[in-house]
Each structure stands twice: as C-alpha cells, then as structure tokens.
Design a protein around this ligand. Sequence first.
Ligand SMILES: [Zn+2]
Length: 508
Amino acid sequence: MTCGCPFDTRYWFACWDLPHDKAERGCMINLTVPDTFQTCSNGILDSVTSSAGRKTYWWRHPYGIATYLMTFSASRFASWDTFHVNPGNGETIPVIHWMWPEDSAATRVGYQRLPDMFDYFTRPDVFGDYPFDKFGHVPGYYGFQWGGMEHQTLVMLHPSYIGGGRESTIAHELSHMWWGDMVTHVDHRDVWLNEGFATYAECMYMGHWRGRPFFSNYILGKAQSAISQDRARRFAIYDPPELYNYGTIYCKGAWVQHMLRWVAGDTAWEQPGAFFEGQRVYGDSFKYGTVSTTDYCRIMEQVTGMELDWFFDEWIYLAGYPKYFLNTVSEQVGDSFRVVTTLAQSNGQQAPDFFQTPLPVRFNCLYVDTMVIISPQANPQVDTFMLFSCPESVTVDPDDWVLDSAYVSVTGVAEAEPGSSSWVRLFAVGPNPSVGRVRFEMFGQPGGDARVEVFDRTGRRVAEVAGRFGTEGTALLGWNHDSRVPAGVYFCRAAGSGQEPVKLVLAD
Ligand SMILES: [Zn+2]
C-alpha cells in the first residue's frame, strides 16, 4: 500500500510532490501482483490481464489529482459494493469497499451510514453532486494510529476505524472528496481549506443525523480543542508551524467555517442558504483545480455581497480568539429600559486588538427575551439598547456562533440594588514585560473606586494603584513602579474581584 500524504509520493514515482502541481488529466496506475491478490487504486478498474501466475490491474482515473492523493493497495482482499445516485446529474457512482475477508461483516456495520452521508452532502442545497467516478474504502496501516486518509475516490481507514462507531471520521473523509480532492489547497500554508472544511462538514453531518443539540455539543468540543491548543501554543491558521495540527487547523478551521456561516446570516437550522451557496460556487469555480484563502474570500464576497477581508484577517492571518468582558448597566426610562453594554476584549499577543465578528447577546427578561448583536468597531465597544422589559441576566452567544470565551457582569439591573458592585475585573495589563510604567484597564461599577493590587511571588502586596471608574464602567490606571520594586515576576488583580491574578513581569 501507499500513503503519500503530504510529501512521500515522490518515493514511488517521479513527481513534483506539491499540491499545486496536479496531474490535470488524472492518472493511470498499473499493478502487477500474484494472481491470488486483488488491488485497488484511484478511479475505475479498466481491465485485468493474466500472465504466468500474475495479474496486471489497469486502474484509470481521468480527473485532476494532486500527487498526495494518489494511492494503491494490494493484498488478499475481499470486497463488496453498492452505489450512489447523484440527485443533480442522475449519474450512478459505484461505491466499492475492500477489506481483509475476516473484516467483511464488520464493514457492513461500519459503513452503514455512508448512504445517508452521501444523500446529505450531495443535496442540491448542500455540496451538490459527488464529483468523481467512484468512492470506496480500504484499510491501511500508515504512519499514525487513527483516522483516515482521503485518497481520491479511495479513502484509507485505520483498521480500528472500519467496524462501526466512527461515523464522524467517515463523514469527514467523504467530504474531503469535495474539499481537498476536487478543490485542493494550492500550497500547504492553506491546509485549513482542506481540514477546516472537512471538520466542519463532519460537524454538519453529525448534526444532520443527530439533531441541533448534538451539533452544539459536538462543535463546542471542537472549540475546547481549539482553545486548549491556543493556550499551549498560539499560531495563526495560515502557514502553520505544524501542518496537521488538530486544535488550530482542524478545529479552529471548522469554527472559521461556522462563523462565516453566521456572518453570512445563514443560520436557519437545516435550511442551507448563502453560506452553502458559497461552498458550491467555490467548488464549481475551482473544480479539479487548486485554491488559496484569497480565492475563497473572493468567492464568499461575491455570493454574500459582503466585504470579508476583515474576517479572514482576524481569523486566518492573525491568531487567537476573542476573550470578551461584557458589562451591562440598565435603567428604567418611562415604561422601557435603557441598557448600556460595554464589550471589551483582551485577546493577547498575535491576536487582533479586537475581533470585529458580530457577537449575539441575549438579554434574558421575565417574559420575552431580546437578542441583540454587538458589532465591535472599538475596544471597548459601548452600545445602548432600549428594551420593553428589564433584563434579569445576559447570555453571550447563546447559540454558539462565535469561538470565544466570555465573562459577563450585570449591574444596576431591576433597580433592586443600585450601587451594588460585586463585579470588577482587570482585563488588560501592559506593556508586559514592562519598564518604568504599567497601564491597567479595568471594568467595574460606573463612578465607583477602581483599585489594582500587585503582589510578589510570595504573596506579599507590594503596591496598590487606585483610581475611579468612568460613566461607562471602565478605568485606565497608570503605575510608575520605581526602584523600591525590584525587577521580577509579579501578580496583579482588581481589588475585591476574586479574579485569577494576571502575571506581570517588571524588567530592569
Ligand atoms: Zn481530514
């Protein structure tokens, strides 16, 4: 067998082994094996010839194909087959699975949802017709112990994945036939166009199969992987230091697709709209060719009529995710309620100062909840909303459209405890490391006292910096630390916040 992804195909035939150099007219792979063996490869078996105890299998696949997607396997295989009918062009696509004879029954279970996946992805309002002449699976032992490899028309699955309970992987690899194979990233800096897309397609299928609540939990699992990867090592999706990084390329990449769908307003469950139209136009425009992130951005701009450079800048070319701090203050005005929201972001290094992605926020009221959208154009972003009833609490991103983490505070709600301020937060400390002067940015009760405490490593308080919150509940404090505070590591915290301390390095 072969599994050449990403750079090993050059070891079995001479090629320029990079994704942009596709074989535009496809490939023919001829395999001569002992006549007790069967073979499988890309495309359709054209013919078999026999000679002196050997057989030669002639495989033909007349579609553009990248070198890393070419493959063959030869063994004492069993196989079984079925078919899929494209709803658009009416073509019948043979589906042939190869396996070792003892696994034949297990694969009947393992692949039983494949027809449903085909039906879903090939819907005219999802991805449209399957783009090749065949599909199938073959087991293979390759350089890792999990998952599959989306060789064109012949997915290779690790043997532990063929017996059932791996529907998400099978859907992921099937979707690669469109995203990765039919259109291929032009070079490896754009690898998210393969893996982010396939991971999102996997989420979509799992949601289609098991429902919206399952979808939410499933994609939140991807968010956890993305965020924990970001905490361990932060880098942008574009041109990653590690090609197949799961958290950033697969999971954050899937979230980029999900958020683009949100930005495109394509949010009705199981009623695909502009985002999905964009997927199909992108597929048709670059069918059997190669693509870059710029190409994708341009297509999505054409389809949605939106300007989207900012979106790709913040999510693909910069790193991180938004860390929101939302403070809301309500007051009764006549028989309505005026709610002032202050949305600040503290996103850290390599990340945008603030993400512009619109953030849905729900005010939870006694009778009717109100959903608003905050579109940050500044940091912090201050907005005023008029509501008919008084909000009792606030939920940031209730339907999980944005990859974020959020702290929420509500003050002044329900005129019950005016002036109460249990919520205060230090959201930015800089520069860090710092020489001479440090700035602290805080959230708290408008007009109230703002205080930051600084501790050394032993927990001894070495300074307290005081000021006052402005009318929007934000405060900016400056601290000139002098020679009495030696260089080293310190921890700072908004006084009375119970917040996890922020590490601060004072340099000489
Ligand atoms: Zn994949």
